[in-house]
Ligand binder design. Structure first.
Ligand SMILES: Nc1ncnc2c1ncn2[C@@H]1O[C@H](COP(=O)(O)OP(=O)(O)OP(=O)(O)O)[C@@H](O)[C@H]1O
Ligand SMILES: [Mg+2]
Length: 343
């Protein structure tokens, strides 16, 4: 079996390690185009952490959260052991401690937590719990796919309460690093302009591989210059597409053309549906397609056309630089081809 090894990202890893070494003082939002390797990067970061660190990684992808109980079941991992035993394991381990299923707590705590009908109380519980760990170790809390809970209301907007907890853990108490990952740029845009996070959050872009990184990656799988050119010209540095290119190396040209055709079909399908529903936005999307450049274009504020393209993962908006660009090279090629087809 051919296994794809984690590749490069040394610059990003160095930055993450630096952040981890420093006292927590801000929430970090890790954002980037879809499938750019955010989750893979954070996993590698966790692997490299030393024994002082205690990591709680929670991935909200695919999680169905409608109420308070759903949310607590995701945040916590209920164990048969007593609180003291759990804490002992966390503090005494000789490698970094990692829980990928939420914060481990004893089963005896279930009732206590669920009885706390208010999210604020649960967050107080987490604060106390993390404070205890922080006396001896360095806790890191990572929430992947944060946008899953962007609109959830549990006696008020859940996300704001969560942000309050994160501000408390970082800026106020300095006891826990907090990293939030998302590829939803409409959501990042919202967070970025959120008053309650001003000066309390930092942003780290994880983009697709650059050209050199892509070449290095493909060389590992014996791509020659011509094959590298072909893959780069169709897929740019998006890891997920490159992995598929490696898988289809023997029929690379055909695979590239098929991929483009499929992506064009998807975009056209979306456009026809949009046209039926909202002719005005449809026309604006086509205008936007005309003006979009591979490296992106500046935008001032989002409008319906931009939002539609972002929502359909055709374009990616970077609210910090205020640049909107195709999600990848494949999307760029598809946009231009769709315009040709429609003209
Ligand atoms: N640096 C890397 N080296 C090797 N493979 C990578 C690397 N980065 C990402 N990948 C692979 O590319 C695929 C997409 O990566 P990943 O899921 O981390 O992206 P993501 O940005 O988290 O995606 P999403 O937008 O869905 O959250 C995965 O299969 C992953 O293993
Ligand atoms: Mg991810």
């Amino acid at each position: 079996m051919i296994k794809v090894e984690f590749h490069n990202r040394e610059k990003e890893l160095k930055r993450l390690m630096k952040i981890a070494e420093f006292e927590p003082h801000t929430i970090y939002f890790i954002f980037g185009p879809i499938n750019s390797g955010k989750t893979a990067l954070i996993q590698e970061f966790i692997r490299r952490l030393g024994k002082d660190y205690v990591v709680f990684y929670v991935n909200l992808r695919g999680k169905f959260i409608t109420d308070y109980q759903d949310f607590t079941r995701i945040l916590f991992k209920f164990e048969k052991r007593k609180r003291e035993e759990i804490l002992k394991e966390i503090l005494k381990t000789t490698t970094r401690f990692l829980s990928t299923r939420g914060i481990p707590v004893s089963e005896g705590t279930i009732d206590l937590i669920l009885a706390k009908r208010k999210t604020e109380d649960v967050f107080e519980f987490i604060e106390d719990y993390i404070s205890d760990i922080a006396k001896e170790k360095r806790p890191i809390f990572i929430l992947d796919e944060l946008q899953v809970i962007k609109d959830i209301e549990i006696d008020g907007k859940l996300i704001y309460k969560l942000f309050n907890l994160f501000v408390r853990l970082t800026k106020e108490l300095h006891i826990c690093h907090v990293f939030c990952l998302t590829s939803d740029s409409l959501f990042v845009e919202r967070i970025y302009s959120e008053a309650m996070l001003q000066g309390r959050a930092d942003y780290m872009l994880v983009d697709d591989f650059d050209y050199e990184t892509t070449v290095g990656f493909l060389r590992k799988y014996s791509f020659d210059d011509e094959e590298i050119d072909l893959a780069w010209n169709y897929f740019g540095g998006k890891p997920v597409y490159l992995i598929k290119a490696i898988e289809n190396k023997d029929t690379l040209e055909e695979f590239c053309e098929d991929s483009l055709e499929i992506r064009c079909g998807q975009i056209l399908d979306g456009l026809y549906k949009l046209k039926k529903r909202d002719e005005k936005t449809f026309k604006l999307v086509l205008d936007l397609f005309e003006t979009i450049k591979e490296d992106g274009v500046k935008y001032k504020s989002l409008n319906d056309a931009l939002e539609w393209c972002i929502d359909k993962n055709i374009l990616f908006a970077n609210p910090i630089k205020r640049v909107v660009k195709p999600q990848s090279k494949l999307e760029y090629l598809a946009i231009k081809k769709v315009l040709d087809d429609l003209s």
